[in-house]
Design a protein around this ligand. Structure first.
Ligand code: ACM
Length: 510
């Protein structure tokens, strides 16, 4: 058979082991997918994808040339093996592993396989190979901030498909912040009636310039259920974030009693950090636990994110009620008051069978016993928490903040928040820093790229900031540390970008 196309070996993320073989399989109008009923959903998705671009029917039968097989013997649920030869393709693993094997299979075919209409005259060759693959880390995440700029549901679904193609599996949705509350809460309708709308948005911070346009948007609970189900079919877990005690101004704008000053506040139009944080009344904690109840009904994620970052203590210092709370609970300073606040949420979530996760500020004043930490202010917080036996997701801003510039030549880039994180810096990142103890290493769940959207007003711009850096992140969190090779990645990335172009991803060109 014909020699494999150059794109065939351009797999991203790089599999743990790949041995190439001489003979190849050609998908034709006589190709069928073989799958048992347990793998029916995955087979159907693959059928739809292959059929759209090839124009062949590709029926699903009990056995076929493309054989999907449950193999419970592999080490982790995401692991799979793929064997291709002139006789056909066999993908084996748990359902999750088989799904990932189908993502690999798509990348072994010509990039045209990602078209949504039949490509006439294409040669659908799957090169011969033996692949054994499994992820390096279990948490392979992307954060999308839908508060600073609301993103349409359809785009969230597209991003989930792109994550799955790169074997990323945690979509962290940042749903509440000073500048917008984006999740419908039935018990407290003003959160979205009032909190999802702001009259203006910043264009630049220094000097302060504004769009002069109102901005609004939120997801209904049905929207979010649809997103969660869509993600689940692609083995992506959606992790919701409800920010507290800081980044709370949109909620306080909706319900004044949640704040410290009694002042009537607007939803914030400036970026940056607001002094307006939740008060520490029992009624406010209950309010937030009511919100979490509805959040837990929508999101099956074991982890519920409660933020915890950037909470100025000014209002608590000035508030007699907050000071009384500190005395009553025997807390020595406002850091301990924040820690107490987070502990109330930690035990609440634990009582519901969930786990609290928060930004590394939750370490200050003492970490709640069950808490998992997202280390964003560099790696120090993550290292300390992991060495102390807490689970950690590495999100350090110097390496994986995808809202930072991708070039030193800022004049040629769209306006961004600052920083400089070229593709190679993401690729070179290792989520296991040397300062980790052996125990600490076991507590690093993985890593996550952040898409904060202050200066990212819409989907196309998100795509520009996310890709190809998310391709590099995929290698960091999926591929083995051994064999990491920037030149090899660059070589594979070029044909991979052809795929992204066909998928209408507005990536930043190399
Ligand atoms: C963060 O970037 N404030 C978590």
């Amino acid at each position: 058979m014909a020699a494999p196309s150059t794109s065939a070996s351009a797999l991203i993320p790089r599999p743990a082991l790949i041995r190439k073989a001489a003979d190849a399989y050609r998908i034709s109008d006589s190709t069928a997918i073989g799958a048992t009923r347990e793998l029916g959903g995955i087979a159907e998705k693959l059928r739809a994808e292959l059929s759209a671009s090839t124009g062949f029917a590709i029926p699903i039968r009990t056995s076929g040339e493309i054989e999907l097989v449950l193999d419970p013997s592999l080490r982790t649920p995401a692991a799979y093996t793929l064997d291709s030869s002139s006789r056909g393709v066999r993908i084996a693993g748990s359902a999750e592993g088989v799904f990932y094997g189908t993502r690999t299979l798509l990348q072994m075919l010509p990039p045209d396989v990602f078209r949504r209409a039949p490509v006439v005259g294409a040669d659908w060759i799957v090169p011969g190979a033996h692949i054994e693959d499994e992820p390096r880390f279990e948490w392979r995440g992307l954060l999308l901030d839908v508060c600073r700029h609301f993103m349409p549901k359809e785009f969230v679904l597209k991003l989930i498909d792109l994550m799955a193609l790169h074997k990323l599996n945690r979509l962290h949705l940042h749903l509440t912040d000073d500048q917008g509350w984006r999740i419908e809460i039935k018990k407290y309708p003003r959160l979205t009636e009032v909190g999802s709308k702001r009259p203006d948005s910043m264009l630049t911070y220094d000097p302060p310039t504004f769009t002069g346009e109102p901005h609004s948007g939120f997801y209904t609970q049905d929207d979010l259920r649809e997103i969660v189900a869509y993600a689940g079919e692609r083995f992506v877990c959606v992790v919701p974030e409800i920010e507290m005690p800081g980044h709370a101004q949109a909620a306080i704008a909706a319900y004044r009693k949640l704040g410290n000053t009694g002042e009537k506040l607007p939803v914030r139009t400036w970026w940056g950090i607001s002094d307006n944080v939740f008060n520490t009344e029992t009624s406010t904690l209950r309010f937030l636990q009511d919100v979490l109840d509805e959040v837990m009904e929508i999101f099956p994620s074991p982890f519920i994110h409660v933020g915890g970052d950037e909470c100025p203590k000014k209002q608590w210092k000035e508030s007699p009620r907050a000071q009384a709370r500190m005395r009553k609970e025997g807390l020595k300073d406002e850091e301990e008051l924040q820690s107490w606040f987070v502990r109330q949420m930690d035990s609440y979530l634990e009582s519901k069978g969930r786990r609290l996760i928060g930004w590394d500020e939750i370490l200050e004043g003492g970490l709640a016993p069950g808490a998992t930490v997202m280390s964003w202010r560099g790696e120090r917080g993550g290292i300390a928490a992991a060495n102390a036996g807490h689970d950690v997701v590495m999100c350090p801003s110097p390496y994986v903040y995808f809202d930072y510039y991708q070039s030193r030549n800022r004049a040629k880039e769209p306006h961004a928040i600052g920083g400089y994180i070229p593709l190679s810096k993401v690729y070179d990142y290792d989520p296991l820093p040397k300062a980790l103890s052996e125990t600490g290493k076991r507590h690093i769940l993985g890593a996550q790229g952040q898409l904060w959207t202050e200066y990212i007003p819409g989907p196309k711009h998100v795509e520009y900031m996310a890709f190809p850096r998310a391709c590099a992140l995929a290698e960091v969190v999926w591929s083995p540390a051994e064999g990491k090779d920037w030149r090899d990645f660059e070589r594979r990335l070029r044909p991979h970008l052809e795929r992204l172009a066909i998928l209408d991803v507005g990536f930043r060109p190399l």
